[in-house]
Ligand binder design. Sequence first.
Ligand code: NAI
Length: 389
Amino acid sequence: MDLFEMRDFDGHEQVVFGFDAASGLRAIIAIHSTALGPAAGGCRMWPYATPTDAVSDALRLSRGMSYKNAMAELPFGGGKAVIIGDSREKSRQRMEAFARLVDSLGGRYITAEDVGTTTADMEQVACITPFVSGLPRHGMEGALPLAVPAGSAPGSDILSTRSPLGDSPIHVGGDPGPKTALGVFLGLKAAVRFALGRTSVEGLKIAVQGLGGVGYPLCRLLAAEGALLRVADSRAAAVQRVREELGAQEVRAESILSDDVDVLAPCALGAVLDARTIPRLRARVIAGAANNQLAREEDGEALMRAGILYAPDYVINAGGIISVAHEYQGGATAAQVRAEIEKIPTRLTAIFERARRESRPTSAVADQMAIDRLAAAGQRPLQRASARS
Ligand code: NAI
């Protein structure tokens, strides 16, 4: 593997390989940029087929975090960690070995949970290093009521400023999934307004692929505003829950992308939008949480030519990192975090308007804006990767 020649290398500042024989840890930490601050991004645990696949994923995700943090106007750079292995093989010993690797970087990289890791894992990491965020909020996880009470702002249950404990920093942080869902919900509404001229999702058919930590709370917000949900997940129990609780219609997992809907919200896997799937899309808006939804950069162009409005993934899904970043910095109130998440629709609308003005894909406009912000912060000229995955 020639790391420096890899398509995804893209000017990374540092890539660290960690091995611990006793716990079986094999991990990679990629730091794309610290121009805006310490590199912040989650730790993914995944059974990669080869170490090259793991490196490639770390690099791609790490650059994505640089762009995401820059666009969310956070004082953090971009980084990502991957642990090679099945998350079912996780052990305290292995998470502690990972924590020592994070600690050895002296704060250049700050970790958090991601696919395959949890807030509980991060609590173990926090026993070894302070360079971690996304820690559990004990006694408060899973405290979302089943429906948004009438008259309350959508998402007010997700980021409550009216808890019995008052507006205190204790409400900031914890599982980023519900905050990501709130940002996606608000961003999806901005996309619907821009593309369909509608101020509400009431009566719109919305397909949600993936009903996990983000997809499920997103469905609740959409259902509370009267959207007609069509859902797919590879876990039958996840589908059953939203069918029973929210009256969602099940769609076969292999058909969800081409379902006849107004909006598609990919909230499961990356690289779902490619030369094979784009011609079959029937939605006019794509607005979901999954990272790296476009398989290649040119797929953004294909979406534009098909007349489909695409909400760039790393802009719409920034709610979680906004929460994690404020938790790490300390001192922010829930109201402040919510106010930051509420900027996501404004940012998206600016991207949509510029893309229309310049007849460019929304994905290309977002990349350009992120690269410009990094350059203004002193990042060495970034070489654009020719493809996203
Ligand atoms: P999760 O792992 O909790 O949920 C993903 C869901 O997708 C699971 O229920 C899984 O069964 C389902 N799934 C997997 N393959 C599928 C397929 N082929 N068809 C249908 N369903 C499938 O993950 P989470 O946290 O909900 O994240 C979802 C996406 O959003 C991921 O791509 C993640 O990287 C991205 N994301 C998540 C953030 C967060 O705060 N959790 C923040 C930013 C991005």
